[in-house]
Design a protein around this ligand. Sequence first.
Ligand code: PFF
Length: 449
Amino acid sequence: MTTNRGQFGSRLGFIFAAAGSAVGLGNIWGFPTQAASNGGAAFLLVYLILAFALAYPVLMAELILGRYTHGNSVAALSGIARGPVTKVIGTSTGLLGILVASMILSFYGIVAGWMLGYTVAYPLGVLGANDAANWLTGFTIPRNLILMGIFMLMTIAIIMGGVKEGIERWSSRLMPTLIITLIALAAYVLTLEGAMTGLRVYLIPDFSKIFSSQLILSALGSAFFSLSLGVGTMLVYGSYISDKEHLPSIGAQVALIDVGIAVLAGFLILPVMYVAAERGVEIFSASGALLSEDTLILTVLPELFATMGTVGIALATAFFFLMTIAALTSSISILEVPVAFIVERFQWSRKQAALVAGGLIASLSAVIILDFERLFGAVIALSTRYGQPLLGLLLCVFVGWVWQRNTLLAELQKNDPEVANGLFWRIWPVYVRFVCPVIIAVIFYRSLV
Ligand code: PFF
């Protein structure tokens, strides 16, 4: 199985690719606004604890399992089964992961298409092509379909290039661009009137909020979505890592970058909102909560940019370009899950698999666009609120209970013969066996009732 498979060319290439998967629309608009409405730095603290105490162990489970089997998610999960029953469960879990991954990409592609449209619309406006700019930012079915289609084609094209020439090459170009753009935007915005109020809202902890179980559950959900867990993306990326690499430390670096960028995005988004308020833009809803999600990105920000003249156009273009990059490095990791499976299971060429899987997912996006009101929210809830935690739970059960401990240890000993005496091996197996499944089961139960 190891022959003819792709492999990341370097450790840094893997880190850019995995961090690229993790850092996405979730970090830049989900995390900061959640922090703002849930106790600022207090939320940050809860998020950090959960990311490292719960999401990191699950990330490690995916990376280790992927690297051990050097196979796609279905092959990996059925490969560690101990008998016919666990084999069926393993295969079904892998297939369910592919289904949920496809659902995530189907809504992600729509939102990413909007980001692409806004990126191009601002420069077009400057050139006088106002009709085109208005078309790109207006909410119509043809515009949604075409922009989603273009974004999906970009994703498919990168995946067709393969692990090293496609995923690694593009992630290594786009991730540094993303980090530089984010820092430059935050640095500029922090100099504007009103920014310090936003910074205070973000950084002054309000501990009265963090003891709500709702808050802890939502922080946990975002940590899970943010690290791309459950559906097999990290497992498949892990399967392309060389046996020489020390997994616990590169997994920790990926988690740190993900959390670091979410925190950094807070230094942009919160100040931006209060700069907007200073200029008369409405940033609170009728119930007094800060506006977030689609209203924030598609209403508040464009209104703010409109008050800033030429600078506003440059800022808007940079901001939506940042969002598009963040989405693209995540979407390629999602498409790789079905593609790796099709290539290995049915011996299709990578190009064919990417076209067919990408085409099917784009068709699902098209169906959502045509019945947007009913389907968009439902697909998001089904895949992220229910699908991801359930799959994460099954994954922990597999790695913690089904997989034989000595083969697991042998996998980690490949590049660290002393691992059995280290902190990671003393804590992590207990975590995946007991702590993670219990906590995830609680979140899952809570999301049902
Ligand atoms: N981690 C991405 C984000 O924060 O936007 C979203 C994501 C990517 C979720 C890949 C799931 C996945 F498999």
